[in-house]
Ligand binder design. Structure first.
Ligand SMILES: Nc1ncnc2c1ncn2[C@@H]1O[C@H](COP(=O)(O)OP(=O)(O)OP(=O)(O)O)[C@@H](O)[C@H]1O
Ligand SMILES: [Mg+2]
Length: 307
């Protein structure tokens, strides 16, 4: 069976707060365990990955955080400078090109240039070679939430459409070709098994595959509660609190069971909706982990799901 990280470029996205960073970290741990050299690239995020993995705070330049895993929290300013340097190699050339009054004005006026600086940097690292060998086997972008992610992924096309022939356009064209190459690139979508995130995921899947042309490798359904009740038990639990005598010692227990039964029903119908809308999309389920602190141990156990 192939794993998502058999590809060189993975773009992780989904609704805000659903577990994108957790999934990016789990993918990175699983890939590193298989011997891959990984870069996790965050997009100017409120950086919580270091807390999640118990490592030093992660700044705007690539740094080693764990064996075979580098991470960076990209910021547009540093990424643009770095990317310019990476492409142009020589600082004086970089200065001449990027700090040229006309180029600067053009860059400032180019829609999405900040997003491009980060996506372009991620793209650069996919192609980057050191001593004739790729620096990273897989670059995992811990992407922004849905709408911003789509805006970011549209930027190479926008640049191809509007930029004059030249370096910027050539680079955007190369990045666009990489993203369209389904053997090398894919998105990983993350959702919760709830109604709103499921709807958003179905729309996001359509936009990413049709508008952007990026293959979706996997849908991770995160934080799924184990099923305690069979369907007839679920119905009985929903009725239970109302059936107890007032003041019964079992009231709290019955209410907790009712809540749980309702949650399980929500989960069941969200997963059914996802299955029906996206029947061919491989799904991975991450259980909800009941842990006092959600840190590296938790992410390691989720990473095992990726084999
Ligand atoms: N499987 C899980 N079980 C239990 N808790 C989880 C699980 N997955 C994520 N969490 C909790 O949810 C929090 C949010 O997850 P995460 O930071 O990965 O979401 P995100 O989508 O990256 O959020 P944002 O949109 O803010 O970047 C985590 O810090 C963790 O406490
Ligand atoms: Mg995040």
């Amino acid at each position: 069976m192939t794993s998502p990280f058999d590809r060189e470029f993975l773009f992780v996205t989904g609704k805000g707060g659903v577990g994108k960073t957790t999934v990016s970290a789990a993918l990175a741990l699983a890939a590193a365990k298989k011997g891959r050299r990984v870069l996790i690239a965050m997009c100017n995020a409120k950086e919580r990955l270091s807390h999640l993995l118990d490592v030093e705070p992660i700044g705007p330049r690539n740094q080693r955080i764990l064996e075979r895993i580098d991470a960076v929290n990209m910021t547009p300013a540093v990424a643009l400078e770095e990317y310019g340097m990476m492409v142009l190699k020589v600082r004086s050339v970089y200065k001449a090109v990027f700090e040229n009054r006309f180029v600067s004005a053009f860059l400032r006026g180019t829609p999405g240039i900040e997003a491009w600086s980060m996506l372009g940097k991620a793209y650069f690292h996919v192609e980057e070679q050191i001593d004739g060998r790729p620096r990273y086997d897989v670059v995992i972008v811990d992407g922004p939430a849905t709408g911003h992610a789509l805006d970011m992924l549209r930027v190479p096309q926008v640049i191809c459409d509007i930029a004059p022939p030249g370096l910027l356009r050539t680079e955007a064209e190369k990045a666009r070709s990489l993203f369209h190459d389904r053997r090398r690139s894919a998105a990983v979508l993350v959702t919760l098994a709830e109604d709103m995130p499921a709807n958003e995921t179905i729309e996001l899947h359509a936009a990413i595959t049709k508008d952007i042309g990026l293959e979706v490798d996997t849908l991770v359904v995160n934080s799924v509660l184990p099923k305690l009740f069979k369907s007839h038990e679920r119905d009985a639990m929903v009725e239970l609190p109302a059936k107890l005598a007032p003041g019964s010692a079992l009231t709290s227990l019955a209410r907790a069971s009712r809540e749980r039964a309702l949650r399980e029903e929500t989960q069941r119908s969200a997963i059914k909706k996802l299955e029906e809308a996206l029947p061919a999309l491989p799904r991975t389920t991450f259980p909800h982990l009941f842990v006092p602190e959600f840190r590296r141990g938790a992410v390691e156990s989720l990473a095992e799901t990726f084999g």
